[in-house]
Every structure is written in C-alpha cells, then in structure tokens.
Design a protein around this ligand. Structure first.
Ligand code: M6R
Length: 609
C-alpha cells in the first residue's frame, strides 16, 4: 500500500510525478504529495484526499526542478490529513522522504529523538526516518546516514530520500515493500510498480530486500544496506502500457467485468497448444515435479482466497490431491506441518500482498516448493516462487477484483486437469473434453453480459437494503462469499456469504420479510439440497434473488427475482454465476453514489500486514 514515484532528469518533473501518482493511486488514495529540488532548494506540496486535491493545489504554479519524489498514501499511522501526508521533512526542511510500509519501533526512536530536541510535526511512523537521517547526517554523507537509519529501524519499507546537501541524487531502499528502478538515458526513475515507468523506459531493475540504490541521472549504484555493491541486473519489459482508459465505460470495474470473456480467451490462447495440449512455461522453473506432489497448501487473501477455495474443489475432484486453503494472515502465525512433497501455492493478483508473500517466504525457508498463480509479472511473489502460472488478466485497475478472479479460476482449472492427466486420473479424451467445455465459457459469459440491464433493474429494487445474505453450496459456496465481498466493499452494505447448509445453524435467525437473500443455485449435484435451503428461506418470508440455470422452470416458484445463466458443467458454474453478482453489486454501488473504483479505506495492493 502507498505508492512511491521518483524522477531525476530533464523532463517536466511535475507531470512525471503526477502522472506516476495517478497510475499508482490504486495503492492508496487517502492523500498525496510531491517534493522537488530546484536549484538545490527543496519544496514540498501535499494534500489529503484524492490526487485531484493536490493537482488543484499546485495548479498554475510554475514548478521547476530536475529531481523529485512523490507519494500516494494509504493511512496506517495517523489520520489522512495534510500534515500526515508524505513527503515528510526533517527539522530544517532540507531533506524529504516518501515511504511505503510500517516502522514497528518508531515510537521508541521518536521518544529518544524528542528528548534530543527533535520536533515532530505529524503522527506518522515515517517522520522518524527523516529525523533519524538528519541525526546521522551530522557526521556522515546522505547515503551513510540513510544506511545508519535503516539499520536501526524495524519493519517494512520502500522509501526514497532527497536532500539539499546532495542535490544530484535520490537514495532509494527497500525491505518487504516493492520498489523498481526505471533505467533511462540521462534520466532515471523509481516507482512502486512498473506502471508509472512503462511509458518512459522498458528497462528496469527490480530491487530486492535490504538493497539500497544511489541514483543520479546517469548512474545507478546498487548495494546491500551497509554492505557491498551488487551488480546491476536489468530486465527488459516486453509489455505495453495497458490502456489506463475506461474505454467508454463509466468505471474501470464495469470495463473489467465486461472484459472477462476476452480474458478467458486470452488464457486459453496462452496455455492451450497444438491439439488441446496444456503447457505452462514457467511452472518448472525450479524443480517442481508434479507427479510427486502429495498435498497443496493454498495461501491467499480476499478474493484470491475465494478462488483458492474453488481451486481446492477442482484439484481434489480431478487430481485427487489433498488441498488445503488458508487465509495468509492466519496461516503465517501457525505451525506449518510438513507431510513430505507438499507444495505451497500462492494466489495473488498483485503478487505483492504482504501476508501472502510472508507465507511464501516462510514456506521457502522451510524448504517447501512454492508454486504461485500471479497476475502482475515481475512482482515479488512472481520472482520468489519456484514455479509460476500467470493469470493473464491484464492490468486490473478497479480496487474490487473481478477479471482476475475469473482468470485465477480458469488457470487453476487448467492446472487441475493438467495435473489429473499427469497423475493418470484423467484420460487424454477426458482432458480434451474438459478443454472443449472451457472453450464455450466466453460465449456463455457474453450472453450473461448482454443481460446486464436485468441486474440494473434488480439493483433499483434492492439498493436501499442495508443487509444482504448470499448462499451457495459446493463450488458455489465460494461464489456466495465472493458475491458478499463484492457488495460490501463497493457499496458499504453489510453482506455475508454462507454455505447454504449452514443457515439452520444460526444465520436463519436473521431472515425476515425485509432481508434479500441471493441464492446461487445452478443445476449442479447439490441442486436439490439448495432447493430445500431456498424453501427454508421462503418459509420465513425472505426475499430471494436466485441465480439459476436457463430452462429451470421449477425454481421460478421460489424466486422474488431470478437471473438465468447458461447451462454449463458443474465445475465451470462459478465462472458464470459470479458475473451477475459482480454486476448487481456494481449497479447497487452506482445507485448509492459510491466511489466504485476506489472504495473508501481500501487499496488495490495490500503491502502491509
Ligand atoms: O493482490 P491479491 O490478489 O493478493 O489481493 C488480495 C486481496 O487484497 C484482494 O483480493 C481484495 O480482497 C480485493 N479488494 C477484493 O476485491
């Protein structure tokens, strides 16, 4: 969380920093700020609220300079006000720092520095770094002072520092938060991810933990913090700046929902070769032997955890390999019990989620192999895994994950049937049949999307309800969880997902004539059971919104509102059933005038614990 950008060179500094912050604003949007050195003099501008507040603040100012840093914040320490916004400066306001992460021992450092006369202006943990660097600068260069400060602080950081005393450089460093250097010609860039850099250069250096870089316009020196120099390893990025445009849609989320058939087609074209042969190019990077795997332990958060739950069903169903799924923030503090030949599987859109990354690192330290399903190439989880399957969802801008959810399910599905085939549980013919069935999904999705107006009309009926229940069974129990998460994160309506069979163990007490209950009930092996659960709801006068299979006439009797999805094999129903739920949430949020793409309190990439 929080986005950092930095530039040194001859271009228009304000525009480079502001466009960069715009592209990073998915990482946090509580406040933003920039710090620029012009003729060796430091100036900073910062403002709480969305980036537009900062843009308005500096509109009309003629800001010059060749070196600058910028920050978009997701608040951890201190409320999102102007003072707590980054950059933070030292006592004399001659040094500025932007920071992403959490300094765990900031309070003890702060009280020590306060006793020595340092005056603190903000409630942030970041400000202590500015003062600590100043403290060490009494007897050292900027680089050494930053190193000394970093040796003292505990926690996570990606940071960038500029100072009047050495106005030709940016010092950048990272530990457990991402940071990338863009290598230009007589200019250089830093950023939390590739997006602000891509339109300027395709040559990047991924910084690793505990590395520090001294960046001037024509040189980059990379070293370990207080350690030796490290050879610079540049990577050539061969992808283009994703169109950061809404493409005629009102919101990125809506555009991304509508792009889902295209995403599935892309995945199929990437992984299906020749005559229905599945090939995963980056799966065997480092010694993962699929035949030997006895157990998968899936690690994920949020929506990725929901696709992990579906992954469990698919892998166990097809490949008969025991698969556990855990929320990373829980798993990382438990004892890992190895049964031999276990593989830890990380699922992450961003590839930077702190909890998932921590689990992967813990697993690697205990000699587990790690196989990850990641969307963002070059992300920490991508680089640190022994094998990777890319989601190929394209850049997801909306904070609420939609197309990556679909992409994760499709890639796990392909992986599950591939594994089943390798393990002799699925014949070649069965494999081909499964791929054929998957090939039909984009068309089915198109037909659901063409009926979006039905969901808009449903949203009109229900958008004033303050509570929703989502129920499903089997593979569509995770669909219920995902439907509830989508609704609450973008519309701020309380919603809970339940396994329908669990209703009678407590939640049924909530049901009355006012409560809308979204029932995900396609014709699968648990259909009859689901029907009974829906009748239990009806008997208590609950308002049912049912997602059912086309042609299912009986279910009409129990539905206050009904949305049909095309008939598909059971294992593929989550791919279809989630789309009406995404659209229903979207239209409800729009009617409530919520900020759909950037919901309050959230960030797209959760790089703090
Ligand atoms: O980047 P990741 O997939 O690791 O992110 C995990 C969650 O933070 C993410 O899915 C979050 O729950 C989304 N806001 C859901 O829409």
């Amino acid at each position: 969380m929080c986005g950092i950008v930095g530039y040194i060179g001859d271009r228009d500094i304000t525009s480079i920093l502001l466009v960069g912050l715009q592209r990073l604003s998915y990482r946090g949007y509580d406040s933003s700020g920039i710090g620029i050195l012009s003729d060796g003099e430091l100036s900073t501008w910062k403002k709480s609220g969305k980036l537009v507040e900062l843009e308005t603040m500096i509109d009309g100012l003629s800001i010059q300079g060749n070196i600058g840093i910028g920050h978009t914040r997701w608040a951890t320490h201190g409320i999102p006000n102007d003072i707590n916004s980054h950059p933070h400066v030292n006592q004399s306001k001659k040094l500025a720092i932007v920071h992403n992460g959490i300094i765990e021992n900031f309070s003890s450092i702060k009280s020590r520095l306060s006793k020595q006369g340092f005056l603190f202006r903000s409630q942030t943990d970041t400000e202590v770094i500015a003062h600590l660097i100043e403290y060490y600068m009494a007897n050292a260069s900027l680089e050494t002072a930053v190193e000394n400060a970093l040796l003292e602080i505990q926690g996570s950081f990606a940071l960038a520092v500029i100072a009047e005393s050495e106005p030709d450089k940016i010092i950048a460093a990272r530990r457990s938060s991402p940071l990338i250097i863009g290598v230009g010609d007589n200019e250089n860039f830093i950023s939390s991810d590739i997006n602000p850099i891509l339109s300027h250069t395709k040559k990047v250096v991924y910084m690793n933990d505990n590395e520090l870089a001294v960046i001037t316009r024509d040189h980059i020196q990379l070293k370990l913090i207080s350690g030796p120099e490290i050879p610079l390893k540049t990577h050539q990025i061969n992808w283009n700046q994703e169109a950061s445009e809404k493409g005629g849609y009102d919101h990125f989320m809506l555009k991304e929902i509508h792009s889902q058939p295209h995403v599935v087609r892309t995945i199929l074209s990437k992984y299906i070769k020749g005559k229905n042969q599945i090939q995963f190019k980056d799966l065997h990077r480092d010694g993962i032997d699929l035949k030997l795997i006895n157990r998968f332990i899936i690690q994920a958060c949020g929506t990725s955890w929901h696709s992990g739950l579906i992954g469990k069903y698919l892998i166990e169903q097809y490949a008969h390999v025991l698969t556990e799924v855990d929320i990373s923030s829980e798993f990382r503090y438990r004892q890992m019990i190895s049964q031999g030949n276990d593989v830890v599987m990380g699922l992450s859109q961003s590839g930077e989620t702190a909890d998932t990354l921590a689990c992967i690192r813990e697993a690697k330290s205990k000699f587990y192999k790690v196989l990850s399903f990641v969307n963002v190439k070059g992300s920490s989880i991508d680089r640190e895994s022994d094998g990777v399957i890319y989601s190929h969802a394209g850049q997801e801008v909306g904070v609420a994950s939609t197309k990556n959810y679909i992409a994760q399910i499709v890639t796990i599905y392909l992986f599950a049937i591939h594994l089943a085939h390798i393990k002799g549980k699925l014949s070649k013919d069965e494999l081909v049949n499964k791929i054929d069935q998957l090939n039909k999904i984009p068309e089915y999705m198109d037909s659901i999307l063409s009926k979006a107006d039905e969901l808009e009309a449903m949203a009109e009926k229900y958008y004033l309800s303050r509570e929703f229940l989502f129920i499903g069974r089997g593979l569509n129990y995770p669909t219920a969880l995902e439907g509830a998460l989508k609704l609450k994160e973008i519309s701020y309506i309380h919603a809970t997902g339940y396994a329908a069979g669990e209703l009678k163990h407590g939640p049924i007490a909530l049901i009355d004539a006012k409560l809308p209950i979204v029932c995900i009930s396609p014709q699968t092996s648990t259909y009859e059971k689901m029907l009974s659960n829906i009748q239990e709801v009806k008997a208590r006068k609950g308002k049912t919104i049912i997602i059912a299979t086309e042609g299912d006439k009986e279910i009409k009797n129990y539905a206050n509102d009904l949305f049909y999805i095309p008939k598909a094999p059971e294992e593929l129903t989550p791919l279809l059933a989630c789309i009406p739920l995404q659209l229903l949430s979207y239209y409800i949020a729009v009617k409530l005038d919520c900020d759909v793409d950037q919901p309050r309190n959230l960030a797209k990439s959760v790089t703090v614990e």
